[in-house]
Design a protein around this ligand. Sequence first.
Ligand code: C2E
Ligand code: MG
Ligand code: MG
Ligand code: MG
Length: 272
Amino acid sequence: DAKKLGKNRCHYFSDDMMRSLDWKVNLESDLRDAVENGKFKLLYQPVIDAGEKRIAYFEALIRMANSDLSPAVFIGVAEEIGLIVPIGEWVVKEAIRQLLEWKEEGHDLKPVAINVSPLQIRQENFVEFLKEQIESSGIDPSLIEIEITETVLMENREENIRSLKAIRDLGMGIALDDFGTGYSSLSYLAYLPVTKVKLDKSIKDRFVNFEEAQVMEGIISICHGLKFKVVTEGVEDQEEYSQLLVQGTDYVQGYFFSKPLLPEDAVSFSIR
Ligand code: C2E
Ligand code: MG
Ligand code: MG
Ligand code: MG
């Protein structure tokens, strides 16, 4: 019987499952290699001041060198296998290095927003790490903003909020990313020491047009009531931009203005 089981063992995994296991094992080894050999890069997407129609800051978005795999995929895997901490530390250091390079080159500096995983926030020494990076580089902390998602509220809520407050005390901005995709409600917003709320593309797609425009206006005005600036993500055409402007969004980000850019293209970017 054992023999029979052994023989049949392969049947527990369908061909599709085997392929996806392979795929994951390969990605895991690519990620380890990328961490060891620094094979990541950051692209920079302009975030536009909606009223002034000029660049307010950039969002740094990670890529693996020689790969077009979405970070939405590989960051999730990096979180599972414990690589998110070294990757996240690389992101912070690289963004600061880039800011210093732009400064050296005489560019007028705009802040850079960095995406931070909830697993990083939960690290005991994360705030200390940020502090060290700010101090050793001499960078103005207001040039760095961190983007977090609502999942920081899922576990260790009190602790995470304490860390976020400490990050604010360092002088860095904090944006709540992907708002509208999670499980949390508007009432949680009041407890978060954030300076900005980024409305997810999906919420904008759902509410920007038609009769539901008032929902969008309502969300934006609640955010303003809590003294948060509002960024709308995934703006893809003029019509959406015009609507969002009327609805009171402070900043817009999306392919209509620019895709994420190489650093040299980001500093020379100007809005058409
Ligand atoms: P996010 O932080 O919400 O970033 C916005 C995503 O929307 C980016 O995808 C951006 O390229 C994309 N996007 C911008 N404008 C448009 C548009 O007009 N239309 C559409 N359809 N998409 C638009 P990207 O670069 O693939 O990143 C995906 C997610 O991966 C990010 O979502 C963020 O959650 C995560 N991520 C990216 N870089 C990092 C990082 O350095 N660390 C961590 N922890 N996560 C990161
Ligand atoms: Mg983000
Ligand atoms: Mg987002
Ligand atoms: Mg996202």
